[in-house]
Structures are given as C-alpha cells and as structure tokens.
Design a protein around this ligand. Structure first.
Ligand SMILES: [Zn+2]
Length: 415
C-alpha cells in the first residue's frame, strides 16, 4: 500500500469511528433523561412469533429487547396495537384484544425489568425502579369497529393513544394512505361520529394521535380536540415528500395546539432519495408480497403481518440506507418550524422492515441521536425535551383536560 492510500484508510477509519462514537458528555446527557419512544410494532412479534422481549440472542434482528432498551437508556415504549386491516379483516376488535394481551404477557414474564404503565406518574415510577415502562397505543381507528363502547373498553385495558386511522380510511376518518384512491369511500376528513370519538378520547384521557390521517382529518381533529394532540410517528413533508409526513402548516398547527410531533425513523419518510427509490420499486414489491400471500393461502396456511414483513425486508434491503443525518435533519426541521417544545421521537421500530438510517440498528443506538443533536448545537435541556420531556408534558396535559371534562360532566349531570 502506498503512503497516500495508507493515509486515506486512516482518515476513513477515523471518520467512521467518529460517526459511531458517543462522547462522555453526550452519554451523560442521554443517561440523565427519561427517554420516551411513542411507536414500536414489536407486539406483532409477541403475538405471531412468540418473541420474548427478554431475549439475549445476539443474532436477533429486532429493534427492541430489554437488553437493547437498557443499553440505549430507553425509559418508556408505547407498543403499537395494530390490527392488520388485510389479514385480520372481520375481527379487528378481537385482534386488538389479542395484541393488548401480548404486551401484558411480556410484562408478566419479566416483572423485574419491565412494567405496564398507564400515566405520566407510572413512567416516572418505572424510571426510578430502572424498569422499562410499557405503554400501549392503538394504530388505526378501525380497531373500535365503529363502537364507542369498545373505545372505552380499550382505554380501561390501558390504551393511552389511538391514531384516528392507519393507512386505510375507516368509516369515520380519512387516511393519507388511500386518499388518492377513487374507489375508497371518503368523508372529507372526520365524520360526526369521528368527532365524537375525539371528544370521548379527550374525556377519558386517551391521547388523540394524528399520525397516518389525511390532511383534512388532521385539521378536523385539531378543530375538535379539547386537549393537545400527538403525532406518534410522523416526519416532515418539506424535507421528504411523503403523504404520511406533516406539512409545515400542520407542524405549526400542532405547536398552536400545544401538542408534539414524534419524529419517525423510517428511511422512506426521512430521506427523499430513499423515498423515490422505494416508490420506484413499490409495485414490484407489492406484487411479490401478494404472490407470497397467495402461495400461503393456496397451501391453507394462516397469513400474518410477519409473512408480509419477510418479503418487504428483502425489497427494503435493495436500497442503500440513508445516513443518520437524514433523521436529524427532520428533528431539526420540526424543532425550527413547530418549536423546541413540540418535537420528540417516534421510531416506528420493528415496523419498517429494517429500514432505519445508518447506525440506528436498535434501541441500543439511541445515544447516537443525542450525540448528533449535541453536535448541531442543541443544549442539554433541549435534548431532554426531544428525548421525552415534551411527550411527558403533553401526556400530563391530556390527563388534566380529562379530569376537567369529567368534573364538568359530573357538575352538569349529577345534581
Ligand atoms: Zn404506523
């Protein structure tokens, strides 16, 4: 090797190490925070793969385990309770109950390291006891099967947010996922029943989550809600032009509402090049998934989300991963447009077929985000807000609004 090539190798190696390294200062800021991630699809693995969150398997490719959470100082995870509208059609509520049960079962297996949590106070208690706080959010209003009683049952079982829709428009909320499909019956946003759902969520203390909804549904929800809203896993459309992402007007509306936008880590939402490459192969990837489903159906085998995920991973791996910078650009943009009090983390871990930016392979890599924010000049105080402080403030406000609405209804009905 000639001297200049040797020098180049040293330079490449040191820049690689610098990109991976977390300084003692960043680590100290990271470790003194209560870190809240508002979206992980791990319950699909709990239910359909019999995955144990206590696994120590070094080859496990999942984003979340108790060891990975501890290594990344993750304090609270909102596990996504998602009934796949395709594979669980006809029994959404039952699938939702099964998914909820799967989270409780994990907590029961490892009571020394994880606990169910239903409030800000629970998250703080789990943090003191050095346990992962396990919370639950429903992904997709279709889970309630148009029944306000089911919504209340889900709250009683501990569900603390619900996205008004998933990628599918339901009977009362339009989704960004199919808003351009003329064959889908749309409602111009939220129906009257949809508005009733939002108000009932406010009354109970369930956070209204606007991730996935169509733009008009978002503005209807903002106009209806009496409490701050969250976007549990959404990024910025100004940087990556995906309908799932939020426009600057939406970011400003969340700021005005007092809510928080939890930045999604998915490559197709945070990197325009990746999004375009993903869009270009979308039809082929979808066809491959449908062919696989048809194969399983023909063999009389049950089909779950994980069967689709396996094929989607193969397609996602064809596109180069974007750098961590792409994710940090989104956090930075939301902080600039909405304000530092209105941005957080909503990873979408275990729900994106492995397509997360370079360096972010699991919850253990969260300290690298703190390092990157520090490198961009964010203060320790601001970083703490992003890592979980903002979400805890919004959750606390949702709890206060709920208490107020319940006291008010007792005054008016209990004479
Ligand atoms: Zn989602």
């Amino acid at each position: 090797m000639n001297p200049s090539r040797f020098l180049l190798s040293i330079l490449l190696l040191s820049s690689f190490l610098a990109a991976q390294a977390v300084s003692p200062r960043a680590r100290a800021i990271h470790d003194s925070a209560i870190i809240v991630d508002t979206h992980a699809d791990t319950p699909q693995r709990f239910l359909y793969e019999n995955f144990d969150i206590g696994t120590t398997d070094p080859k496990d490719i999942g984003h979340i385990s108790l060891d990975k959470a501890r290594a990344g100082n993750l304090g609270a995870e909102f596990f996504s309770i998602w009934a796949d509208p395709e594979t669980t059609r006809g029994h959404f509520a039952k699938s939702t109950f099964d998914m909820i049960d799967s989270v409780y079962e994990q907590a029961a297996r490892h009571p020394d390291r994880i606990m169910m949590a239903f409030s800000v106070a629970d998250i703080e208690r789990a943090h003191k006891e050095k346990k992962l706080a396990a919370l639950m959010g429903i992904e997709g209003g279709h889970s309630i099967e148009n029944d306000i009683h089911l919504l209340r049952d889900f709250y009683r079982l501990g569900v603390r947010y619900m996205t008004l829709s998933w990628s599918n428009t339901n009977e009362w909320a339009d989704s960004s996922g199919d808003i351009d499909k003329p064959e889908v019956e749309h409602h111009n946003g939220l129906t009257d029943f949809g508005k009733q759902v939002v108000l009932e969520m406010n009354r109970m203390g369930m956070m209204v989550d606007i991730s996935h909804v169509a733009d008009k549904t978002f503005f209807d929800a903002i106009a209806t809600t009496k409490a701050p809203v969250i976007a549990s896993h959404s990024s910025a459309r100004a940087l990556t032009n995906h309908a799932r992402n939020m426009t600057d007007d939406m970011l400003r509306a969340v700021a005005k509402n007092g809510g928080v936008v939890q930045t999604n880590f998915y490559d197709a939402f945070i990197d325009e090049n990746y999004r375009k490459a993903s869009e270009a192969q979308k039809k082929d990837a979808e066809d491959a998934v449908q062919a696989h489903i048809a194969e399983l159906n023909a063999a009389g085998k049950p089909v779950t989300y994980l069967d689709k995920d396996r094929i989607e991973r193969e397609w996602a791996a064809k596109i180069p991963r974007p750098p961590l910078k792409s994710l940090i650009d989104h956090i930075d943009h939301i902080a600039k447009v909405a304000g530092i009090d209105h941005v957080g983390l909503g990873s979408d871990f275990d729900g994106v077929s492995g397509a997360t930016p370079e360096g972010i392979d699991s919850a253990a890599d969260l300290p690298k985000i703190t390092q990157a924010l520090l490198d961009r000049g964010y203060s320790a105080e601001d970083i703490h807000k992003i890592l979980g402080g903002n979400l805890l403030r919004v959750f606390g406000e949702v709890e206060r609004v709920s208490r107020g609405m319940q006291a008010e209804s007792q005054r008016t009905t209990g004479q």
